[in-house]
Design a protein around this ligand. Structure first.
Ligand SMILES: Cc1cc2nc3c(=O)[nH]c(=O)nc-3n(C[C@H](O)[C@H](O)[C@H](O)COP(=O)(O)OP(=O)(O)OC[C@H]3O[C@@H](n4cnc5c(N)ncnc54)[C@H](O)[C@@H]3O)c2cc1C
Length: 451
């Protein structure tokens, strides 16, 4: 009898403990699910739910809610679980790693460009990376598929296609075999492969070597597979840093005597009757270059939009913020009202004298956290906010703003100034491509990777 009671007690306690564990996990999952659903709502309100480029699409009939996609994604809050299945949260911040795609145990994820309602413009490219214009090739993220490894591969392959076409090696020394536009992963690989094949070439970069990688807000870089570089072979850097990656590129370019023409923005590519191209370069090295082939490796982020005001060419004007920790004791004006401008102002305000100049009378689409932080900073006078203002003129030691004051009167005021950061959006590459005759199509949910 005693044994029976003891057994019942053991079973009872076990049952209670198991039930408590089940209830605990159920409640925890329910709470997490609610949190994710709220994040989705915020992302929708702030316009970050809709993807802008490559992004995961989840097949809800297959998803088992394992969460492997969330764990594998190196970015934060791109994906989450609601009611046992995965959902995108901030799809517009997805950088197309595809780590979620590889990690899904039930193959429920495909990688797509555009959605049913929001199209994304992509250039028309043949399997050999040539566009509809014979002799113009596109490599890297501009073609739709991002990541360092993929872009590197495509840069190399585009050159292989030129080799197969036989359109190189003429005696006309005034016309290069290839002009490569952009010195990101795709452009670097194309330059190295051009050198390997003995072609005459030039690589033109509007900014400096490294492409988008250089502008990463974090130092960490993830590569799920090795990157195969001409002269070096497979470079196995899985979890690496920007600096390490850049030093690999710098070293291999130097060893092969390849000089990247930095600060050289390509404004236009004009096809000539001869079948060659005239490439117009602006910036410090304004000129025209003739080429038999052009590889466009300019990524998808475009060129920073300029203000077009006197003095914008001065050295102190920049369109991105690098190493804010090294900037101290300066009088800085930041122009813009988006996330980049606000984040830069917050990063610089502790150690510098910062003015944030925005042409509108309030912040529009910025992340909730940025809005809270900047409002707090303005209230605490950590920086000076000047709404309704536009840059009029930039001089070596000062800047003039035209300001529409509260009464609607337009006045001009000058401020002492050492540095200016302009975040006025970007000019997307579509027009640039169309001007060269390259056809661009809008893709609505095009699947670029599936099992
Ligand atoms: C925040 C963030 C994090 C990322 N993290 C990773 C990661 O960890 N691992 C990974 O594999 N990928 C990562 N990526 C993706 C990766 O950076 C890109 O897929 C890759 O850099 C694309 O290479 P690309 O050569 O095609 O273009 P880009 O790297 O974009 O390079 C294009 C270059 O062309 C130049 N250019 C543009 N227009 C002109 C012009 N008119 N004239 C001259 N030059 C021009 C640009 O200045 C730029 O230097 C990340 C992306 C972002 C935004």
């Amino acid at each position: 009898m005693d044994i029976l009671i003891e057994e019942i007690a053991i079973y009872g306690i076990t049952f209670l403990v198991c039930s408590a564990i089940v209830v605990y996990y159920y409640r925890r999952e329910k709470r997490k699910s609610k949190e994710v659903a709220e994040k989705v709502l915020v992302a929708k309100e702030e316009g970050r739910f809709e993807p802008v480029s490559l992004h995961p699409h989840i097949d809800l009939t297959k998803c088992i809610g394992s969460g492997a996609c969330i764990t594998s994604c190196p970015e934060k809050d791109i994906l989450g679980i609601v009611d046992g299945v995965a959902t995108v949260i901030n799809a517009s911040s997805c950088i197309g790693h595809g780590a979620c795609f590889h990690s899904c145990p039930v193959e429920a994820i495909s990688l797509r460009i555009g959605t049913e309602t929001r199209g994304v413009e992509l250039p028309h490219i043949k399997p050999n990376y040539e566009t509809n214009i014979s002799g113009i090739y596109i490599a890297g993220e501009l073609g739709g598929m991002g990541l360092i490894k993929n872009s590197t591969e495509q840069g190399k392959q585009a050159v292989e296609s030129i080799v197969k076409s036989g359109k190189f090696g003429s005696e006309d020394v005034d016309t290069l075999d290839v002009v490569i536009i952009g010195a990101g992963p795709a452009g670097i690989a194309a330059a190295l492969n051009s050198k390997k094949h003995g072609m005459s070439f030039e690589i033109l970069e509007q900014d400096s070597l490294g492409g988008t990688v250089f502008t990463f807000p974090r130092a960490k870089v993830v590569m799920t597979q090795p990157m195969d570089l001409p002269f070096l072979g497979k470079v196995k850097l899985y979890n690496t840093s920007k600096d390490e990656l850049l030093s690999v590129w710098t070293k291999v370019l130097e060893e092969n005597k390849i000089i990247v023409s930095e600060n050289s923005k390509v404004e236009r590519i004009t096809p000539l009757e001869s079948g060659c191209f005239k490439v117009g370069v602006s910036g410090a090295n304004e000129r025209e270059v003739l080429a038999r082939n052009v590889i466009i490796a300019i990524g998808r982020r475009g060129s920073p939009r300029k203000l077009g005001v006197p003095g914008e060419g001065l050295q102190k004007v920049a369109y991105r913020l690098l190493e804010p920790e090294n900037i101290t004791g300066k009088k800085i004006i930041i122009v813009g009202g988006g996330d980049s401008a606000v984040e830069s102002a917050i990063l610089l305000m502790e150690d510098n004298d910062v003015i944030l100049s925005y042409r509108k009378d309030k912040f529009a689409r910025i992340k909730a956290k940025n809005r809270t932080d900047i409002i707090k900073a303005i209230e605490n006078e950590k920086l000076r906010m000047i709404y309704n203002s536009n840059v009029k003129e930039i001089k070596t030691k000062e800047i003039t703003l035209s300001i529409n004051d509260a009464e609607g009167t337009l006045k001009q005021e000058s401020f002492p100034n050492d540095l200016i950061y302009i975040f006025a959006g970007g000019e997307l590459p579509t027009k640039f491509l169309q001007n060269a005759g390259v056809s661009v199509e809008k893709k609505f949910g095009k699947i670029v990777k599936k099992y």
